[in-house]
Design a protein. Structure first.
Length: 374
């Protein structure tokens, strides 16, 4: 049985890489790379630094005898050991719990020990299954797991990314990313899940395809990825009594996924001014526990006006090399976080007033203007 599940995992991974969605994802990754080039260019210009392209997406940035190199959202701020720790989800859970920081109940398992995960599922009800290490961007993650059959399917998907797996109790609430740099909170984004609206004629699968084509045509002004027809999408639709073949009534909007990484700029809302101070301190402590200078701390909480402990919220993950896109692409403006990040890389003092202003302008207009001047 384990060998069969492993073969299924590898086959699923191959289809995701080489199928139509895989080809669309590759095109979206190119647009995502373009976003980072523009964001770093804007940051370099703001600091009056020189930028040089070393090799496609690898950039060298210099100012006053100091230099640094960046690659997409990767910088030289954090050491390899800290990056390794951050990528190990069970280890992060243990580090956070040792500091009294709430995390979801969890259990580690493999395809060989799937029964252990089944026992955990019986105890905790609705769960999330993930690769335990080595992935990001929501890859291989399935939410809404409630049955043994769903657990097996989700485990096969996750095992296509890592042989080590983790099952967590699913916590309801807002999914918020807090971005910290050397303990300073740069921004906080409530990342809402992707949706689709019916036209009374098209199946949901066709609506998804239409949205993906629109995203690829619009570029990073709309989204940083295409919608992946994965197990999480199927689970999220099933929870609403729907499938990819369902036809939605005109103007009927439904949630497509619970994993939020495939959402759009319109799904992101800055909430930095409405967060509880103690909640911010808990998230900051999570970044410190992992040992990261630059950290994207993901929390889920039913009430962001209270601390996590009181509200029943948790820290889901502490991300090294966190993405910047959410902060540039939000419904209520953008925060150019690459500027303070670059200043830290160059050890260049910067006044927060020089960048920490939420601009009520779209990512498309502001960033594309930077490109057009070059």
């Amino acid at each position: 049985m384990t060998r069969l599940l492993t073969i299924q995992a590898l086959a699923h991974r191959a289809v995701s890489l080489w199928g139509k969605t895989g080809r669309q994802s590759a095109a979206a990754k190119r647009q995502r790379a373009d976003f980072y080039k523009v964001a770093w260019r804007e940051a370099a210009d703001s600091l009056e630094a020189d930028l040089e392209t070393l090799d496609q997406d690898v950039l060298a940035i210099r100012k006053g005898g100091k230099s640094t190199r960046v690659f997409l959202n990767y910088t030289e701020l954090d050491d390899p050991v800290s990056l390794r720790i951050a990528g190990n989800k069970p280890l992060v859970h243990r580090l956070l719990r040792s500091q009294g920081i709430p995390t979801p109940a969890y259990r580690e398992f493999t395809l060989k020990t799937l029964a252990d995960a089944g026992e955990f599922l019986q105890q905790h009800g609705t769960c999330v299954v993930k690769p335990a290490a080595g992935t990001g961007g929501g890859n291989g993650v399935t939410t809404g797991v409630q049955t043994v059959r769903q657990l097996r399917q989700a485990s096969v998907v996750a095992a296509g990314h890592s042989s080590s797996l983790i099952i967590e109790q699913q916590i309801a609430g807002a999914n918020i990313r807090l971005l910290f740099l050397d303990g300073q909170l740069l921004d906080a984004i409530d990342r809402r899940p992707p949706t689709v609206t019916g036209d009374g004629r098209s199946r949901i699968g066709q609506l998804v395809e239409n949205v993906n084509q629109q995203r690829l045509q619009a570029g990073f002004s709309v989204a940083q990825s295409v919608l992946k027809r994965d197990q999480d999408m199927r689970q999220t639709l099933a929870a609403q009594g729907l499938t990819l073949t369902s036809v939605l009534p005109v103007n009927k909007t439904v949630q497509l996924k619970t994993v939020i990484n495939d959402n759009t700029a319109e799904d992101n809302i800055c909430v930095i001014d409405s967060l509880n101070t103690a909640l911010i301190d808990e998230a900051r402590s999570a970044a410190d526990a992992v040992g990261l200078r630059l950290a994207g701390v993901d929390i889920v909480t039913p009430d962001a006006s209270r601390c996590l402990t009181d509200a029943g919220g948790v820290v889901l993950e502490v991300n090294s090399a966190p993405g910047f896109y959410f902060h540039y692409a939000a419904r209520n403006g953008r925060t150019p976080v690459a500027i303070p990040v670059l200043a830290a890389c160059l050890n260049c003092p910067i006044d927060s007033g020089a960048w920490k202003v939420r601009e009520d302008a779209s990512v498309s207009r502001d960033l594309c203007e930077v490109t057009s001047t070059r």
